[in-house]
Write a protein that binds this ligand. Structure first.
Ligand SMILES: [Zn+2]
Length: 143
């Protein structure tokens, strides 16, 4: 796709729209490829894993268990950003997507972390400002 050269950029005036309240519950699972992943919102459980793994993060993706655990004592917008970050790890794993070596990080897990971190906030912002667009995109159409 090619954008027109004559497009005049307009500042966004879109207010974040709320979906029907049926959709506002924190989801406890999601499907990705053949897998169903669970999401747990627990600062306590995440802290216990951190003590073992020694990592400092607001969320973790446990690939072998098909689980995501995120802190639950943060502002909701921050929790959503963290969930989106973690599900991107889950999607990369499920679809066996490797991050190209063109990124500056040498270590593969560091490349994935940089890749996932780079766009999660952007996507959350885009989805929340374009509810109609993303709802339309997410609606499966049977031909
Ligand atoms: Zn990460």
């Amino acid at each position: 796709m090619k954008m027109s050269d004559t497009v005049v950029k307009q500042p966004s005036t879109t207010k974040t729209k709320k979906l029907d309240s049926d959709y506002l519950e924190r989801p406890d699972c999601f499907d990705c490829g053949p897998y169903r992943w669970t999401i747990t919102y627990s600062t306590q459980e995440l802290a216990s894993i951190r003590r073992v793994g020694g990592e400092d993060a607001w969320g973790i993706t446990l690939i072998g268990d098909l689980r995501i655990i995120v802190e639950d004592d943060r502002p909701l917008q921050f929790i959503k950003d963290t969930v989106l970050h973690e599900i991107r790890h889950a999607f990369l794993y499920t679809h066996n997507i490797k991050i190209p070596h063109s990124m500056k990080e040498e270590d593969e897990s560091e490349r994935e972390e940089a890749f996932v971190t780079s766009e999660s906030t952007m996507w959350l912002d885009a989805m929340q400002k374009n509810v109609e667009l993303f709802t339309w995109l997410m609606t499966y159409e049977e031909d």
